[in-house]
Design a protein around this ligand. Structure first.
Ligand code: FDA
Ligand code: NAD
Length: 434
């Protein structure tokens, strides 16, 4: 039997999937031309909400409130939006097989489709402690967080153990954001991670010490420099104890693990060139196969500003790469090209009353200003990274939207700076003068 032919196929209904769909609609698709296949049961949504407002004890965020593209001030694309725009949104539809030579994809239920252009937006999945054969890693009450059903399980269990104890494994983005959410739900939290401080890929020890101090002030216990070697469970198979590498053991009712993510290459693995764990793409997100594009977490792309190639696991890039790829597909049909992707890295996080943003590259020497006043009401602190006499990265805690825009400008323009002292005494004023 011949496979049904679809002009455009999007595999993955996450952040990049939602923004790609919007761009297709903006540039024009006829009913039936675009199909989206998503393993999840819900239409594309803004994933960052899952480790923040979704877990709040009061007035939590819930779908349909945070479908894409509300996270960047755009329209909320509820399921009806897809139907109204003639897009076939196949939910609960994992793509299990693909053949980039015959240009076909096959769902787990066995339905095969032929595509004209394919956009892979399958994102990442969490690294599981079971991958390291950690004894007891299959116990009940051990949670990971990637998708809305994971968040629902966690919400249910947080309610059940209110007033109980939790161990958070990992001191990266998930660890730091989840520890705060658990504490807000009146759960006593201990964080455990092997690194010397929070967020070592971005934070300097000085920046981390501010956040760690704040967390301790909220009653969160932080154990650094060791990790989990085993879990103990009760007769029902639920976790009761976390055993650490330094010999300590922690009683617990619940565990949340955030020890990193890995790109989900799925059925495309082995058919496309790979680099740095993702699919190697050009500045228009074209992979090594004809008419196949990859965007978001799964793409390793040329970082024009820094002359290297990177994979980025953050929402801003997921949105922008999706838009770029769709524009490239549509331009190609007219024999035109698009400008090269010229991405400025942008990362952020929020927890408790804290909120930071970072733009650019954290390479070279760091200069931290305002730290002595950090935490005082209305005060801000920040950091610049100086490489080869130029400011290449900027960080700000507690910035207003206008102040955060200044950071982006500094990181984009990479101004020269005379001395470290100049940055230290100017603080945020340095950014206002660019
Ligand atoms: P994303 O993971 O969003 O979507 C992939 C989709 O593809 C999923 O729906 C998945 O089920 C589906 N899929 C996978 N394989 C499939 C297959 N074979 N067939 C069909 N469907 C398939 N970033 C940031 O900058 N700020 C933040 O605050 C946060 N917060 C945050 C919280 C949490 C809990 C997570 C897990 C992540 C973040 N991030 C973040 C990271 C950010 O959300 C992430 O970089 C983007 O969601 C990546 O977008 P993608 O579309 O690439 O993948
Ligand atoms: P991460 O890479 O940010 O942090 C992983 C942490 O786990 C690191 O601190 C690491 O040292 C630690 N770790 C590694 N192995 C460990 C072990 N065996 N035991 C204990 N700790 C260990 O990854 P994450 O926090 O799991 O986040 C997962 C994904 O979600 C990433 O793609 C991240 O970018 C994304 N995310 C982003 C945000 C944001 O941008 N605000 C928020 C949440 C999630």
């Amino acid at each position: 039997m011949d496979a049904a032919m679809l002009k455009y196929v999007l595999v993955g209904g996450g952040v990049a999937g939602g923004y790609a769909a919007r761009e297709f609609v903006k540039l024009g698709v006829d009913p039936g031309e675009l199909a989206i296949f998503s393993k999840e049961a819900v239409a594309p949504y803004e994933r960052p909400a899952l480790s923040k407002a979704y877990l709040f004890p009061e007035s939590p965020a819930r779908l349909p409130g945070f479908h894409t593209c509300v996270g960047s001030g755009g329209e909320r694309q509820a399921p009806e939006w897809y139907a109204d725009n003639g897009i076939d949104l196949h939910l609960n539809s994992e793509i299990a097989k693909a053949d980039t030579k015959s240009k076909t994809i096959t769902t787990a239920a066995g339905k095969t489709f032929e595509y004209g252009s394919l956009l892979i937006a399958t994102g990442s999945t969490f690294i599981n402690l079971a991958d390291f054969k950690t004894p007891g890693a299959d116990a009940g009450g051990i949670h990971y967080l990637r998708e809305v059903n994971d968040a629902d399980n966690l919400v249910r269990e947080m309610k059940d153990i209110k007033g109980g104890e939790a161990v958070v494994v990992g001191g990266g983005y998930i660890g730091v954001e989840l520890a705060a959410c658990l504490a807000l739900n009146s759960i006593r939290v201990t964080m455990v991670f092997p690194d010397p401080h929070f967020m070592p890929r971005l934070f300097t020890p000085e920046i981390a010490s501010f956040y760690e101090g704040y967390y301790k002030g909220k009653g969160i216990n932080i154990i650094k420099g060791t990790s989990v070697t085993a879990f103990e469970k009760d007769d029902q198979g639920n976790v009761t104890k976390v055993i650490l590498g330094d010999g300590r053991s922690l009683s617990t009712n619940l565990v949340v693990v955030g020890i990193g993510a890995k790109p989900r290459l799925g059925p495309f693995k082995g058919q496309l060139e790979e680099e740095k764990g993702g699919f190697k793409v050009d500045a228009s997100f074209r992979t090594s196969a004809q008419d196949v594009y990859a965007v978001g977490d799964v793409a390793t792309f040329p970082m024009k500003m820094y002359g290297d190639r990177r994979r980025v696991e953050h929402v801003d890039h997921a949105r922008k790469s999706a838009i770029q790829a769709v524009q490239a597909i549509k331009a190609g049909e007219k024999g035109e090209t698009v400008d090269e992707y010229d991405y400025l890295p942008f990362f952020y996080s929020r927890s408790f009353d804290l909120s930071w943003q970072f733009y650019g590259d954290n390479t070279g020497e760091s200069v931290i200003w305002g730290l002595d006043q950090a935490g005082a009401s209305g005060s801000k602190f920040g950091a610049y990274w100086v490489n080869d006499g130029k400011v290449v990265g900027a960080f700000l805690e507690g910035g207003s939207p206008d102040e955060n825009k200044l950071l982006a400008r500094v990181a984009r323009e990479r101004p020269s700076v005379g001395s470290k002292q100049e940055l230290l005494s100017a603080g945020l004023d340095f950014a206002t003068k660019i």
